[in-house]
Design a protein around this ligand. Structure first.
Ligand SMILES: N[C@@H](CCC(=O)N[C@@H](CS)C(=O)NCC(=O)O)C(=O)O
Length: 213
């Protein structure tokens, strides 16, 4: 991946930063990485706090734009830089409605309600405290939500929006990657889906770009 000074991605080393590296790689965009990692002294530096008052990675600078929240960044890149033969978000309003439905489902029902809970209380109990009941409920909830999406995937696949790979596949696959780490229940169709999507060259490029140096 080439280097540019006007497009800068802050953040490496997490499943949420990999999403942005992946979208940039899919779109063939040049960028520079600032390898800030979560919960390190680099987050206290003035330069980082200027782009991230909330103290979170990833953050994308693209010209004058400073953008946080990985689903928003992936969707921004898709909207701004998709081309006729390489689209990460559909053009038609109806197909975009499905894109945003998946975006909301993944961000809220899988990521916020299940994965974040486990990240905090199983992955980082020294910061957020141990909460076995909340963690057990999060596991059940993830299983129920991903289970509810199987019919749609099987009917519409191979990707979430059918034939077209898009930004929501990036977000879903990163959630499935985390799900494996926490040993969450993932139905077979989503296991096969993840294996399929993970074969994309841009996924491998993103994993490499996301590695802390
Ligand atoms: N909703 C945000 C979450 C960002 C986030 O929580 N990032 C974590 C790393 S995955 C972080 O920067 N944590 C640092 C901290 O909480 O101190 C997104 O999807 O981008």
């Amino acid at each position: 991946m080439g280097v540019t000074n006007t497009r800068v991605l802050w953040g490496v080393g997490t499943a949420r930063t990999v999403r942005v590296h992946w979208a940039l790689a899919e779109l063939g965009l040049q960028y520079r990485t600032v390898p800030t990692q979560a919960r390190t002294p680099a987050m206290q530096e003035e330069a980082f706090q200027r782009v991230s008052p909330q103290g979170k990675i990833p953050v994308l600078e693209d010209g004058a734009l400073v953008l946080s929240e990985s689903p928003a960044i992936v969707t921004y890149l898709a909207e701004r830089y998709s081309s006729a033969d390489n689209r990460l978000i559909p053009e038609s309003v109806l197909d975009r409605a499905r894109y945003f439905e998946w975006l909301s489902f993944i961000s809220m029902e899988l990521d916020a309600t299940s994965i974040y809970v486990l990240r905090r209380h199983v992955g980082l109990p020294q910061i957020y405290g141990d909460a076995p009941n909340a963690s057990a409920v999060a596991r059940d909830y993830f299983a129920r939500m991903i289970g509810s999406a199987v019919t749609r995937l099987s009917k519409e696949g191979p990707y979430l929006l059918g034939q077209q790979f898009s930004g929501v596949d990036i977000l879903m696959t990163s959630c499935l990657d985390i799900a494996e780490r926490y040993d969450l229940t993932v139905p077979e169709p989503f296991k096969h889906y993840r294996e399929r999507v993970a074969q994309r060259p841009a996924y491998a490029a993103a994993i490499a770009a996301n590695k802390p140096q």
